[in-house]
Design a protein around this ligand. Structure first.
Ligand code: 5GP
Length: 122
């Protein structure tokens, strides 16, 4: 995906330059409601470190950052009350993945049956 953009929208949220509707924060992760929710529950979880996407995070982040981040994702899903009857986690990656914001993030979606994983284009 190329070099990390120091002014992407999510790092500006992390810096406190732009407000967010925060749900959770710890040393490794920040979680907030998506501005354009695609389901009754739609929370974004982002790591505190500067990583562009899933690949960047998985190759450059420390074991502590990776563990801390994914533990936060699990805790947030539980705290949102989504463990039962389930939810969907999405990580869009790169151009074909439809990633718009170049700071690694996990979408957590739930609150209703979400239907098929992918909708085929007409
Ligand atoms: P992506 O397509 O990169 O996986 O998802 C980016 C997500 O960020 C989209 O669902 C979009 O609605 C959300 N988003 C973009 N800008 C903002 C913002 O300023 N605040 C919040 N809370 N969400 C945003």
């Amino acid at each position: 995906m190329g070099a990390y953009d120091e002014n992407n929208i999510f790092v500006r949220i992390l810096r406190g330059d732009i407000p967010c509707d925060k749900f959770y924060e710890d040393e490794y992760a920040l979680a907030f409601n998506d501005i354009h929710p695609k389901a009754p529950v739609h929370v974004l979880v982002i790591p505190k470190g500067a990583y562009t996407d899933l690949q960047d995070f998985g190759t450059r982040a420390t074991a502590e950052e990776i563990t801390g981040f994914y533990r936060a994702v699990s805790r947030i899903s539980k705290d949102l009350g989504l463990e039962e009857p389930g939810f969907r986690a999405i990580i869009n990656t790169g151009v074909n993945g439809g990633q718009e914001v170049p700071h690694f993030h996990v979408h957590i979606l739930g609150g209703r049956a979400l239907g098929p994983m992918l909708v085929r284009p007409a």
